[in-house]
Design a protein around this ligand. Structure first.
Ligand SMILES: Cc1cc2nc3c(=O)[nH]c(=O)nc-3n(C[C@H](O)[C@H](O)[C@H](O)COP(=O)(O)OP(=O)(O)OC[C@H]3O[C@@H](n4cnc5c(N)ncnc54)[C@H](O)[C@@H]3O)c2cc1C
Length: 419
Protein backbone atom coordinates (compact mmCIF):
# COMPACT_ATOMS: atom_id res chain seq x y z
CA UNK A 1 0.00 0.00 0.00
CA UNK A 2 1.23 3.49 -0.89
CA UNK A 3 1.89 5.37 2.38
CA UNK A 4 0.75 9.03 2.53
CA UNK A 5 3.40 11.74 2.14
CA UNK A 6 4.20 13.24 5.54
CA UNK A 7 5.71 16.72 5.88
CA UNK A 8 7.40 17.33 9.26
CA UNK A 9 8.12 20.95 10.19
CA UNK A 10 10.96 21.05 12.74
CA UNK A 11 14.06 18.87 12.94
CA UNK A 12 14.48 18.87 16.74
CA UNK A 13 14.24 15.81 18.95
CA UNK A 14 10.56 15.24 18.13
CA UNK A 15 10.73 15.81 14.36
CA UNK A 16 13.72 13.52 13.87
CA UNK A 17 12.30 10.77 16.09
CA UNK A 18 9.01 10.91 14.19
CA UNK A 19 10.89 10.59 10.89
CA UNK A 20 12.59 7.41 12.18
CA UNK A 21 9.33 5.96 13.51
CA UNK A 22 7.49 6.64 10.23
CA UNK A 23 10.35 5.25 8.18
CA UNK A 24 10.22 2.06 10.25
CA UNK A 25 6.50 1.86 9.39
CA UNK A 26 7.14 2.15 5.64
CA UNK A 27 6.72 5.90 5.12
CA UNK A 28 9.12 8.28 3.42
CA UNK A 29 8.64 11.50 5.43
CA UNK A 30 10.61 14.70 4.90
CA UNK A 31 11.82 16.96 7.69
CA UNK A 32 12.01 20.73 7.11
CA UNK A 33 14.19 22.49 9.70
CA UNK A 34 14.44 26.27 10.06
CA UNK A 35 18.10 26.32 11.19
CA UNK A 36 20.70 26.61 8.45
CA UNK A 37 22.97 24.03 10.03
CA UNK A 38 22.72 21.31 12.62
CA UNK A 39 24.83 22.39 15.58
CA UNK A 40 25.10 20.48 18.86
CA UNK A 41 23.00 22.88 20.89
CA UNK A 42 21.78 22.81 24.47
CA UNK A 43 23.23 21.14 27.54
CA UNK A 44 22.00 18.04 29.36
CA UNK A 45 18.73 16.22 28.83
CA UNK A 46 17.29 13.01 30.26
CA UNK A 47 15.72 10.12 28.39
CA UNK A 48 13.29 8.32 30.71
CA UNK A 49 12.79 4.53 30.42
CA UNK A 50 9.59 4.80 28.36
CA UNK A 51 11.39 6.92 25.77
CA UNK A 52 14.45 4.64 25.94
CA UNK A 53 12.14 1.76 25.03
CA UNK A 54 11.06 3.62 21.89
CA UNK A 55 14.64 4.49 21.01
CA UNK A 56 15.55 0.79 21.37
CA UNK A 57 12.76 -0.09 18.94
CA UNK A 58 14.14 2.52 16.53
CA UNK A 59 17.66 1.06 16.85
CA UNK A 60 19.38 4.11 18.34
CA UNK A 61 19.42 3.32 22.07
CA UNK A 62 22.86 1.65 22.02
CA UNK A 63 24.35 4.77 20.41
CA UNK A 64 22.73 6.96 23.08
CA UNK A 65 23.99 4.77 25.94
CA UNK A 66 27.48 4.84 24.38
CA UNK A 67 27.42 8.67 24.40
CA UNK A 68 25.62 9.37 27.66
CA UNK A 69 25.44 8.00 31.17
CA UNK A 70 23.00 5.38 32.43
CA UNK A 71 21.46 6.94 35.49
CA UNK A 72 21.55 4.68 38.55
CA UNK A 73 19.85 6.77 41.22
CA UNK A 74 18.02 10.00 42.00
CA UNK A 75 18.66 11.87 45.25
CA UNK A 76 16.80 14.76 46.95
CA UNK A 77 18.42 17.14 49.46
CA UNK A 78 17.18 20.10 51.48
CA UNK A 79 18.80 23.53 51.07
CA UNK A 80 21.31 22.64 53.79
CA UNK A 81 22.56 19.73 51.69
CA UNK A 82 21.02 17.06 53.93
CA UNK A 83 19.75 13.96 52.19
CA UNK A 84 15.96 13.57 52.21
CA UNK A 85 15.57 10.54 49.99
CA UNK A 86 17.14 8.49 47.24
CA UNK A 87 15.77 5.89 44.86
CA UNK A 88 17.29 3.68 42.16
CA UNK A 89 16.54 4.59 38.54
CA UNK A 90 16.47 2.78 35.20
CA UNK A 91 17.70 -0.78 35.05
CA UNK A 92 18.85 -0.51 38.68
CA UNK A 93 15.20 0.02 39.63
CA UNK A 94 14.15 -3.13 37.76
CA UNK A 95 13.08 -1.49 34.48
CA UNK A 96 13.84 -3.33 31.28
CA UNK A 97 15.12 -0.03 29.88
CA UNK A 98 17.66 2.48 31.14
CA UNK A 99 17.27 6.16 32.00
CA UNK A 100 19.98 7.99 30.05
CA UNK A 101 21.49 11.38 30.86
CA UNK A 102 23.02 12.84 27.72
CA UNK A 103 24.04 16.10 26.07
CA UNK A 104 21.09 17.30 23.97
CA UNK A 105 23.51 17.94 21.13
CA UNK A 106 24.67 14.30 21.20
CA UNK A 107 21.08 13.03 21.26
CA UNK A 108 20.21 15.32 18.36
CA UNK A 109 23.31 14.23 16.38
CA UNK A 110 22.56 10.51 16.84
CA UNK A 111 18.99 11.04 15.60
CA UNK A 112 20.04 13.23 12.66
CA UNK A 113 22.69 10.72 11.55
CA UNK A 114 20.13 7.89 11.69
CA UNK A 115 17.66 9.93 9.63
CA UNK A 116 20.27 10.73 6.98
CA UNK A 117 21.57 7.16 6.84
CA UNK A 118 18.17 5.51 6.62
CA UNK A 119 16.08 8.07 4.72
CA UNK A 120 18.83 9.80 2.75
CA UNK A 121 20.25 13.33 2.92
CA UNK A 122 17.30 14.70 0.94
CA UNK A 123 14.92 13.75 3.77
CA UNK A 124 16.32 16.46 6.08
CA UNK A 125 16.16 19.93 4.55
CA UNK A 126 17.80 22.81 6.41
CA UNK A 127 17.05 26.53 6.25
CA UNK A 128 13.38 25.74 5.61
CA UNK A 129 11.23 27.73 8.00
CA UNK A 130 7.54 26.90 7.90
CA UNK A 131 5.55 30.07 7.31
CA UNK A 132 2.04 28.70 6.75
CA UNK A 133 -0.05 26.10 4.96
CA UNK A 134 -3.22 25.50 3.00
CA UNK A 135 -5.29 22.31 2.87
CA UNK A 136 -8.18 20.84 0.93
CA UNK A 137 -10.06 17.54 0.91
CA UNK A 138 -7.14 15.51 -0.43
CA UNK A 139 -3.90 17.28 0.40
CA UNK A 140 -2.00 19.86 2.43
CA UNK A 141 0.55 22.34 1.07
CA UNK A 142 3.24 23.72 3.39
CA UNK A 143 4.89 27.07 2.70
CA UNK A 144 8.50 27.79 3.61
CA UNK A 145 11.02 30.61 3.63
CA UNK A 146 14.77 30.72 4.11
CA UNK A 147 15.52 31.82 7.67
CA UNK A 148 18.89 33.12 6.49
CA UNK A 149 17.68 35.34 3.66
CA UNK A 150 13.94 35.58 4.23
CA UNK A 151 13.39 34.53 0.61
CA UNK A 152 10.38 32.36 -0.19
CA UNK A 153 11.12 28.70 -0.89
CA UNK A 154 9.15 26.22 -2.98
CA UNK A 155 5.96 25.05 -1.32
CA UNK A 156 5.59 21.34 -0.63
CA UNK A 157 2.48 19.23 -1.11
CA UNK A 158 1.68 16.11 0.92
CA UNK A 159 -1.14 14.30 2.69
CA UNK A 160 -0.18 15.16 6.28
CA UNK A 161 1.61 18.09 7.94
CA UNK A 162 3.09 17.74 11.42
CA UNK A 163 4.17 20.76 13.46
CA UNK A 164 7.23 19.64 15.46
CA UNK A 165 8.53 23.20 15.51
CA UNK A 166 9.09 23.68 19.22
CA UNK A 167 7.96 26.11 21.88
CA UNK A 168 7.51 29.02 19.42
CA UNK A 169 5.64 26.85 16.90
CA UNK A 170 4.55 28.71 13.80
CA UNK A 171 1.95 26.04 13.11
CA UNK A 172 0.42 26.38 16.55
CA UNK A 173 0.22 30.13 15.96
CA UNK A 174 -1.75 29.49 12.74
CA UNK A 175 -4.44 27.75 14.83
CA UNK A 176 -4.22 29.93 17.93
CA UNK A 177 -3.07 33.37 16.74
CA UNK A 178 -4.14 35.11 19.95
CA UNK A 179 -2.46 32.74 22.37
CA UNK A 180 0.40 35.11 23.18
CA UNK A 181 3.69 34.32 24.91
CA UNK A 182 4.30 31.16 26.95
CA UNK A 183 3.29 31.33 30.61
CA UNK A 184 6.13 32.09 33.02
CA UNK A 185 6.29 30.44 36.44
CA UNK A 186 8.39 33.24 37.94
CA UNK A 187 11.51 31.03 38.02
CA UNK A 188 14.66 31.57 35.97
CA UNK A 189 16.96 28.69 35.13
CA UNK A 190 20.67 28.98 34.38
CA UNK A 191 21.88 25.80 32.66
CA UNK A 192 25.55 24.86 32.53
CA UNK A 193 27.94 22.11 31.61
CA UNK A 194 31.40 21.84 33.18
CA UNK A 195 34.12 19.20 33.16
CA UNK A 196 35.07 18.14 36.71
CA UNK A 197 38.08 16.08 37.81
CA UNK A 198 35.80 13.44 39.34
CA UNK A 199 32.17 12.44 39.82
CA UNK A 200 29.63 14.18 42.06
CA UNK A 201 27.88 11.83 44.54
CA UNK A 202 29.75 8.85 43.12
CA UNK A 203 28.54 9.48 39.56
CA UNK A 204 25.52 8.16 37.58
CA UNK A 205 23.42 10.14 40.07
CA UNK A 206 20.90 12.89 39.43
CA UNK A 207 19.91 15.15 42.30
CA UNK A 208 17.61 18.02 43.26
CA UNK A 209 18.73 20.18 46.20
CA UNK A 210 16.94 23.16 47.76
CA UNK A 211 13.34 24.33 47.39
CA UNK A 212 10.93 25.43 44.68
CA UNK A 213 12.35 28.96 45.10
CA UNK A 214 16.04 28.16 45.09
CA UNK A 215 17.23 24.87 43.69
CA UNK A 216 20.17 23.12 42.10
CA UNK A 217 19.68 20.09 39.86
CA UNK A 218 22.67 18.15 38.50
CA UNK A 219 23.77 15.01 36.68
CA UNK A 220 26.69 13.84 34.56
CA UNK A 221 26.20 13.30 30.84
CA UNK A 222 29.31 11.91 29.13
CA UNK A 223 30.51 8.32 28.83
CA UNK A 224 33.79 9.54 27.31
CA UNK A 225 34.56 11.75 30.33
CA UNK A 226 33.74 8.84 32.66
CA UNK A 227 36.17 6.57 30.85
CA UNK A 228 38.90 9.12 31.60
CA UNK A 229 37.92 9.20 35.28
CA UNK A 230 36.45 12.68 34.82
CA UNK A 231 32.87 13.94 34.82
CA UNK A 232 31.07 16.16 32.32
CA UNK A 233 28.63 17.65 34.78
CA UNK A 234 25.37 19.26 33.68
CA UNK A 235 23.66 21.44 36.23
CA UNK A 236 20.85 23.92 36.56
CA UNK A 237 20.55 26.77 39.04
CA UNK A 238 16.88 27.68 39.44
CA UNK A 239 15.74 30.84 41.25
CA UNK A 240 12.31 32.38 41.82
CA UNK A 241 12.83 35.95 40.61
CA UNK A 242 9.26 36.87 39.67
CA UNK A 243 5.64 36.06 40.43
CA UNK A 244 3.91 32.98 39.05
CA UNK A 245 2.07 34.02 35.89
CA UNK A 246 3.96 37.34 35.51
CA UNK A 247 5.14 38.27 32.00
CA UNK A 248 8.48 36.55 31.31
CA UNK A 249 11.51 38.85 31.69
CA UNK A 250 12.75 37.89 28.24
CA UNK A 251 11.74 35.82 25.22
CA UNK A 252 12.61 32.15 25.70
CA UNK A 253 15.81 31.47 23.83
CA UNK A 254 17.58 28.17 24.50
CA UNK A 255 20.90 29.76 23.50
CA UNK A 256 20.94 33.01 25.55
CA UNK A 257 24.41 33.07 27.14
CA UNK A 258 24.64 34.55 30.65
CA UNK A 259 27.40 35.25 33.17
CA UNK A 260 27.38 33.51 36.54
CA UNK A 261 27.02 36.89 38.27
CA UNK A 262 23.33 36.76 37.24
CA UNK A 263 22.64 33.98 39.76
CA UNK A 264 25.69 32.82 41.79
CA UNK A 265 25.01 35.17 44.73
CA UNK A 266 21.71 33.40 45.46
CA UNK A 267 23.64 30.21 46.24
CA UNK A 268 26.28 31.55 48.68
CA UNK A 269 24.96 29.21 51.40
CA UNK A 270 24.90 26.15 49.15
CA UNK A 271 28.29 24.87 50.39
CA UNK A 272 27.71 21.20 51.18
CA UNK A 273 30.21 18.52 52.14
CA UNK A 274 29.34 16.79 48.85
CA UNK A 275 29.19 19.89 46.59
CA UNK A 276 30.34 23.52 46.80
CA UNK A 277 27.86 25.32 44.54
CA UNK A 278 29.60 28.77 44.47
CA UNK A 279 32.86 27.01 43.47
CA UNK A 280 30.97 25.01 40.86
CA UNK A 281 29.52 28.24 39.41
CA UNK A 282 33.00 29.79 39.19
CA UNK A 283 34.34 26.67 37.45
CA UNK A 284 31.44 26.74 34.99
CA UNK A 285 32.16 30.31 33.89
CA UNK A 286 29.17 30.72 31.61
CA UNK A 287 25.54 29.65 31.57
CA UNK A 288 22.48 29.60 29.33
CA UNK A 289 19.57 31.49 30.87
CA UNK A 290 16.01 30.36 30.25
CA UNK A 291 12.76 31.40 31.96
CA UNK A 292 10.76 28.41 33.21
CA UNK A 293 7.72 28.50 30.96
CA UNK A 294 4.96 26.31 29.64
CA UNK A 295 1.61 26.79 27.95
CA UNK A 296 -1.92 25.90 28.95
CA UNK A 297 -3.08 22.62 27.37
CA UNK A 298 -4.93 23.22 24.08
CA UNK A 299 -8.50 22.11 23.35
CA UNK A 300 -7.26 20.39 20.18
CA UNK A 301 -4.09 19.81 18.18
CA UNK A 302 -5.56 18.35 15.00
CA UNK A 303 -7.15 20.44 12.27
CA UNK A 304 -7.92 18.27 9.25
CA UNK A 305 -4.62 16.95 7.89
CA UNK A 306 -2.45 18.97 10.25
CA UNK A 307 -1.45 18.29 13.84
CA UNK A 308 1.08 19.28 16.50
CA UNK A 309 3.73 17.20 18.28
CA UNK A 310 6.32 17.61 21.04
CA UNK A 311 6.92 21.09 22.48
CA UNK A 312 4.75 22.63 19.77
CA UNK A 313 1.80 20.72 21.23
CA UNK A 314 2.59 20.69 24.96
CA UNK A 315 5.56 22.71 26.23
CA UNK A 316 6.03 21.88 29.91
CA UNK A 317 8.23 22.83 32.83
CA UNK A 318 11.40 20.77 32.79
CA UNK A 319 10.66 19.32 36.22
CA UNK A 320 10.78 15.54 36.10
CA UNK A 321 12.75 15.34 32.82
CA UNK A 322 9.66 14.84 30.69
CA UNK A 323 9.99 17.35 27.80
CA UNK A 324 11.88 15.16 25.37
CA UNK A 325 10.46 11.86 26.62
CA UNK A 326 6.82 12.91 26.16
CA UNK A 327 7.70 14.06 22.64
CA UNK A 328 9.08 10.59 21.90
CA UNK A 329 5.84 9.01 23.15
CA UNK A 330 3.92 11.33 20.81
CA UNK A 331 5.96 9.99 17.89
CA UNK A 332 5.13 6.35 18.70
CA UNK A 333 1.42 7.17 19.10
CA UNK A 334 1.29 9.14 15.84
CA UNK A 335 3.15 6.50 13.81
CA UNK A 336 0.91 3.75 15.20
CA UNK A 337 -2.24 5.78 14.47
CA UNK A 338 -1.22 6.47 10.87
CA UNK A 339 -0.58 2.76 10.32
CA UNK A 340 -3.87 1.76 11.97
CA UNK A 341 -6.18 4.13 10.04
CA UNK A 342 -6.70 4.30 6.27
CA UNK A 343 -7.98 7.86 6.58
CA UNK A 344 -5.25 10.26 7.73
CA UNK A 345 -7.72 12.59 9.42
CA UNK A 346 -9.03 9.67 11.49
CA UNK A 347 -5.41 8.81 12.33
CA UNK A 348 -4.58 12.33 13.52
CA UNK A 349 -7.77 12.47 15.58
CA UNK A 350 -6.96 9.11 17.20
CA UNK A 351 -3.40 10.28 17.95
CA UNK A 352 -4.72 13.42 19.60
CA UNK A 353 -7.27 11.45 21.65
CA UNK A 354 -4.42 9.36 23.09
CA UNK A 355 -1.79 12.01 23.64
CA UNK A 356 -3.53 15.32 24.38
CA UNK A 357 -5.06 14.28 27.73
CA UNK A 358 -1.93 12.34 28.71
CA UNK A 359 0.40 15.28 28.14
CA UNK A 360 -2.04 17.80 29.66
CA UNK A 361 -1.84 15.74 32.86
CA UNK A 362 1.97 16.02 32.85
CA UNK A 363 1.83 19.80 32.25
CA UNK A 364 -0.48 20.09 35.27
CA UNK A 365 1.60 17.75 37.47
CA UNK A 366 4.74 19.71 36.63
CA UNK A 367 3.03 22.97 37.59
CA UNK A 368 2.41 21.49 41.03
CA UNK A 369 6.12 20.53 41.07
CA UNK A 370 5.01 16.94 41.72
CA UNK A 371 8.41 15.40 40.99
CA UNK A 372 10.20 17.67 43.48
CA UNK A 373 7.36 18.53 45.85
CA UNK A 374 9.06 16.71 48.74
CA UNK A 375 11.62 19.54 48.78
CA UNK A 376 8.99 22.13 49.67
CA UNK A 377 7.25 19.82 52.13
CA UNK A 378 10.51 19.29 54.00
CA UNK A 379 11.33 23.03 53.89
CA UNK A 380 7.94 23.83 55.45
CA UNK A 381 8.24 21.16 58.12
CA UNK A 382 11.96 21.59 58.97
CA UNK A 383 13.29 24.90 57.64
CA UNK A 384 16.40 24.75 59.84
CA UNK A 385 17.25 21.20 58.75
CA UNK A 386 16.86 17.87 60.56
CA UNK A 387 18.78 15.14 62.30
CA UNK A 388 16.44 12.41 61.04
CA UNK A 389 14.81 12.86 57.63
CA UNK A 390 12.27 10.11 58.35
CA UNK A 391 10.98 12.07 61.34
CA UNK A 392 10.15 14.90 58.90
CA UNK A 393 8.67 12.88 56.05
CA UNK A 394 7.99 9.17 56.02
CA UNK A 395 9.19 6.76 53.36
CA UNK A 396 5.58 5.85 52.61
CA UNK A 397 4.61 9.49 51.96
CA UNK A 398 7.53 10.01 49.59
CA UNK A 399 6.98 6.74 47.75
CA UNK A 400 3.29 7.45 47.27
CA UNK A 401 3.99 10.91 45.83
CA UNK A 402 6.75 9.73 43.49
CA UNK A 403 4.72 6.72 42.32
CA UNK A 404 1.82 9.03 41.50
CA UNK A 405 4.04 11.29 39.36
CA UNK A 406 5.50 8.30 37.49
CA UNK A 407 2.01 7.02 36.73
CA UNK A 408 0.88 10.43 35.49
CA UNK A 409 3.92 10.70 33.22
CA UNK A 410 3.49 7.04 32.21
CA UNK A 411 6.90 5.84 33.28
CA UNK A 412 5.93 3.58 36.17
CA UNK A 413 7.66 0.22 35.88
CA UNK A 414 4.45 -1.76 35.45
CA UNK A 415 3.61 0.19 32.32
CA UNK A 416 7.09 0.46 30.81
CA UNK A 417 8.17 -3.11 31.55
CA UNK A 418 10.35 -4.91 34.06
CA UNK A 419 13.70 -6.55 33.41
C1 LIG B 1 18.57 24.94 20.59
C2 LIG B 1 17.80 24.15 21.62
C3 LIG B 1 18.48 23.78 22.80
C4 LIG B 1 17.78 23.07 23.78
N1 LIG B 1 18.45 22.71 24.91
C5 LIG B 1 17.83 21.94 25.83
C6 LIG B 1 18.55 21.46 26.97
O1 LIG B 1 19.73 21.74 27.16
N2 LIG B 1 17.89 20.70 27.88
C7 LIG B 1 16.56 20.37 27.71
O2 LIG B 1 16.00 19.65 28.56
N3 LIG B 1 15.87 20.79 26.63
C8 LIG B 1 16.46 21.55 25.69
N4 LIG B 1 15.77 21.97 24.58
C9 LIG B 1 14.33 21.63 24.46
C10 LIG B 1 14.12 20.17 24.13
O3 LIG B 1 14.86 19.80 23.00
C11 LIG B 1 12.64 19.97 23.92
O4 LIG B 1 11.95 20.41 25.08
C12 LIG B 1 12.23 18.52 23.74
O5 LIG B 1 13.27 17.72 23.32
C13 LIG B 1 11.05 18.42 22.74
O6 LIG B 1 11.59 18.50 21.43
P1 LIG B 1 10.89 19.23 20.20
O7 LIG B 1 11.52 18.60 19.00
O8 LIG B 1 9.44 19.24 20.35
O9 LIG B 1 11.39 20.72 20.32
P2 LIG B 1 12.82 21.33 19.99
O10 LIG B 1 13.89 20.39 20.42
O11 LIG B 1 12.80 22.69 20.53
O12 LIG B 1 12.88 21.36 18.39
C14 LIG B 1 12.09 22.23 17.58
C15 LIG B 1 12.79 22.39 16.25
O13 LIG B 1 11.96 23.10 15.34
C16 LIG B 1 12.73 24.07 14.66
N5 LIG B 1 11.82 25.14 14.21
C17 LIG B 1 11.31 26.17 14.94
N6 LIG B 1 10.47 26.90 14.19
C18 LIG B 1 10.42 26.32 12.97
C19 LIG B 1 9.69 26.59 11.77
N7 LIG B 1 8.84 27.62 11.68
N8 LIG B 1 9.89 25.77 10.70
C20 LIG B 1 10.75 24.72 10.77
N9 LIG B 1 11.46 24.41 11.88
C21 LIG B 1 11.28 25.19 12.97
C22 LIG B 1 13.76 24.51 15.68
O14 LIG B 1 14.89 25.09 15.07
C23 LIG B 1 14.08 23.18 16.35
O15 LIG B 1 15.11 22.47 15.71
C24 LIG B 1 16.41 22.71 23.57
C25 LIG B 1 15.75 23.08 22.39
C26 LIG B 1 16.45 23.79 21.41
C27 LIG B 1 15.73 24.17 20.12
Amino acid sequence: MQRPGVIIAGGGIAGLTLALALHEAGYAPRVYEAAGQLAELGVGINVLPHAAKEFARLGVLDALVAEGVELERYMWFNRHGQEIWQEPRGRGAGYAWPQVSIHRGALHRVLAEAVRTRLGDAALLLDHQLTGFTQDATSVTAHFASRASGARRDSVRGEVLIGADGIHSALRRCFYPDEGAPRWAGNMMWRMCVELPGPVLGGATMFSAGTGELKVVGYEISAAARRQGRSLFNWIAEVRTGADGAPPPERENWNRAAGIEEFAHYFEDFRFDWLDVPALARASGQAFAFPMVDRDPLPRWTHGRVTLLGDAAHPMWPIGSNGASQAVLDCRALADALVAHDDVQDALTAYEATRLPATAAVVTANRSRAHDEILDLVERRAPQGFSDARAVISAAEIETRLASYKQTAQFDRQRVGSA
